[in-house]
Design a binder for this molecule. Structure first.
Ligand code: SF4
Ligand code: SF4
Length: 373
């Protein structure tokens, strides 16, 4: 009887455990770029297995139309957990065969973030607790608490103004997805699959096993409708400009991006509006003193200052900044699935499986109204 190939066994495990798509690429095909060199996480890497799990279209529809918020949040949490679990099964399978394997984090895993800085997160949490107490008319801070509050403000807030806006992932799952034939990069920069549009989340498993790679997809499923660009409340995409990037020998033409700070301000939920006033993301927060983000590079300082202001306000806005910092420093794969709180992601979620779905989804967004402040 013919022996089942190890590549087929890996793919079977992935699909049996709930992956929607799976593919394999060689480590060499993506190692050129710093953010996709698999040797960073597993020295001696030979191959990478890419996996994708799709979103539930009905939950996405209700999220985009603002009918229901939490089901999509939990969905994102559960998909993240599923991706981690599938990757773990593949990792154990490879290790049982005598290979080394590494289960990557799905997201919020960056090279230029010191993950040992748990103390930063704890200090910010303590600062927010004191700010909330100070704002409570029924409570008076003790002398010791007053001193701690001043000290924490001095220690933490200047550091927040130095937050890096360009984070380098430990491994770009998008590069893996292109090289392994899972999808191609669409106009938005998100991975577009033939079957599910951009509505997938990704993870990867790196191994020193030399596996036979799949080929990148020949035709890009992105139809350049630019509905993703039009759905961006943040203003990340530069109008009428494009750029070409190269991943694993595949040339991708994507929308040129303005400073990444435009997405950070909105996708991180610090503001639910920037470019369009007729509708918002799920964030209830708005800018204090300006109508829209600055149109030059001062946007970077403005957005960094938004972190500080959010914390100084205390309450829900401070909690929102804390969530972002906590995810960035500590990751979020191990958080309960019910703790996930996206508020935008519209450029990705609007790009459904068919052209008709993309058009309908866009209509839902622009007619969804505004979340009240
Ligand atoms: S919405 Fe249209 S242009 Fe944007 S990525 Fe999807 S198919 Fe491409
Ligand atoms: S996540 Fe939201 S703000 Fe960020 S680029 Fe996409 S649509 Fe724009």
């Amino acid at each position: 009887m013919r022996e089942i190939l190890i590549e087929d066994q890996i793919k079977k495990i992935a699909l049996d455990e709930g992956a929607s798509l799976v593919g394999i690429c060689s480590a060499d095909s993506i190692k050129e770029k710093e953010f996709s060199d698999p040797n960073y996480l597993l020295p001696g890497a030979q191959s990478v297995v890419g996996i994708a799990v799709k979103f539930d279209d009905e939950k996405v529809r209700k999220y985009l139309s603002k009918e229901e918020y939490l089901p999509l949040c939990y969905e994102e949490g559960h998909i993240t957990k599923k991706l981690k679990k599938i990757a773990e099964k593949i990792k154990v399978f490879l290790e049982d065969k005598g290979f080394k394997a590494f289960n990557c984090d799905c997201n919020y895993d960056y090279r230029n973030i010191n993950k040992k800085s748990k103390i930063i997160v704890d200090s910010i949490r303590a600062l927010i607790a004191l700010i909330n107490k100070e704002k409570d008319e029924n409570i008076e801070l003790t002398k010791k608490e007053e001193k701690t509050l001043i000290m924490l403000k001095k220690l933490i807030l200047p550091g927040l103004r130095k937050t890096p806006m360009q984070l380098i992932p430990s491994l770009s799952h998008r590069c893996v997805a292109v090289a392994s034939g899972i999808g191609r990069v669409g106009w938005s920069g998100n991975i577009i699959t033939k079957e599910y549009g951009a509505r997938v989340l990704l993870n990867s498993i790196i191994t020193n096993a030399k596996l036979t790679p799949d080929k990148p997809m020949e035709n890009n499923p992105c139809v350049r409708c630019k509905i993703c660009e039009k759905s961006c409340q943040g203003g990340l995409f530069a109008k009428d400009s494009e750029e070409t990037i190269n991943i694993a020998g595949v040339e991708e033409t994507i929308a040129k991006r303005n400073n990444y700070a435009y997405c950070i301000a909105v996708c991180s939920s610090m503001s639910g509006q920037n470019k369009f006033k007729e509708w918002s993301t799920w964030s209830p927060f708005r800018f204090d003193d300006i109508e829209r983000l600055p149109l030059d590079d001062s946007v970077i300082d403005y957005v960094k200052n938004m972190f500080v202001k959010g914390i100084e306000k205390g309450g829900e806005q401070a909690e929102n900044v804390l969530r972002l910092i906590e995810n960035t420093f500590l990751g979020r794969n191990d958080k309960p699935a019910e703790d996930f709180r996206p508020s935008c992601g519209f450029c990705q979620l609007v790009c459904g499986p068919t052209m008709q779905n993309k058009k309908e989804s866009y209509k839902l967004i622009v007619n969804s109204g505004c979340i009240e402040e």
